[in-house]
Ligand binder design. Structure first.
Ligand code: SAM
Length: 233
């Protein structure tokens, strides 16, 4: 059975899609997409040999070798010669790594029109990349599973619709849709983050340094704490 986290990723894949799952590990997601007639074909990309072998073994066990191509490669490099891939999924990594993979391989995305990404931390790195590269953030989900909080972001090409207001900095950090929705896992996540920031703020206050970097840090921590007080009130 697929994790709740990957089930939500799968729920954003349109029926009939051709999907590339980058960092696929056991290829659970592409297997699920094929077995449930959501995707018609898939690529499972892996940069590491161990996970690559386990993806191959799973795909063979499910007799999906004709539908799922397991490829060794760094990030979006596996999209080479795969012109019919229209959807890319990247799950279970940090936001900075996911946005790095997108940035390094952005020339491979000409035929791709939907990105479904599940960062474990720092989703803001991905929202910023979408904004700079002209991808429109369509939807966001936040869930709690086994004591962890996960976010799932969906974007399509084009920046015609923007979910951002004049508080864009705050919305990039917290998520424009998640902020409006104000769900239980969202509150849970940011309450914890607020406690972390409180600790950092008190360390800064105890330090007697007046370095510019520290003053900058103090300012940014203060700003974030103000945003979170609005959210958590
Ligand atoms: N996507 C699966 C999931 O969400 O359950 C597996 C997540 S696992 C924590 C991350 C996987 O990404 C690892 O198997 C790792 O080898 C792979 N990976 C890391 N960097 C990568 C890159 N640049 N290109 C392709 N795969 C990568």
């Amino acid at each position: 059975k697929l994790s709740k986290r990957l089930e939500i990723v799968a729920s954003y894949v349109k029926k009939g899609s051709v999907v590339a799952d980058i960092g696929s590990d056991h290829a659970y997601l592409p297997i699920f997409l094929l077995q449930n007639n959501i995707a018609i074909k898939a690529v499972a990309g892996e940069v590491n040999k161990g996970p690559l072998l386990s993806a191959k073994a799973q795909v063979e066990r499910c007799h999906l070798e004709n539908e799922i191509k397991v490829k060794l490669g760094d990030g979006l490099d596996v999209l080479k010669d795969e012109v019919d891939v229209d959807t890319v999924t990247i799950a279970g990594m940090g936001g900075p790594l996911i946005s790095q993979i997108l940035e390094n391989g952005k020339h491979m995305l000409q035929h791709v029109n939907r990105l479904i990404l599940q960062p474990n931390i720092a989703a803001d790195a991905i929202r910023k990349w979408f904004l700079i590269e002209g991808w429109c953030l369509l939807s966001e989900t936040i869930i709690e599973e086994d004591g962890h909080i996960y976010e799932i972001l969906v974007a399509e090409k084009g920046d015609a619709k923007t979910p951002y207001s004049d508080e864009i900095e705050k919305e990039l950090w917290l998520g424009p849709y998640l902020l409006k929705e104000n769900s239980t896992p969202f509150i849970q996540k940011w309450k914890k983050e607020y406690e972390q920031l409180e600790k950092i703020a008190s360390q800064i206050n105890e330090s007697h340094s007046t370095s510019k970097a520290l003053l900058e840090k103090k300012k940014s921590v203060g700003l974030k704490m103000n945003w979170l007080r609005e959210v958590l009130q």
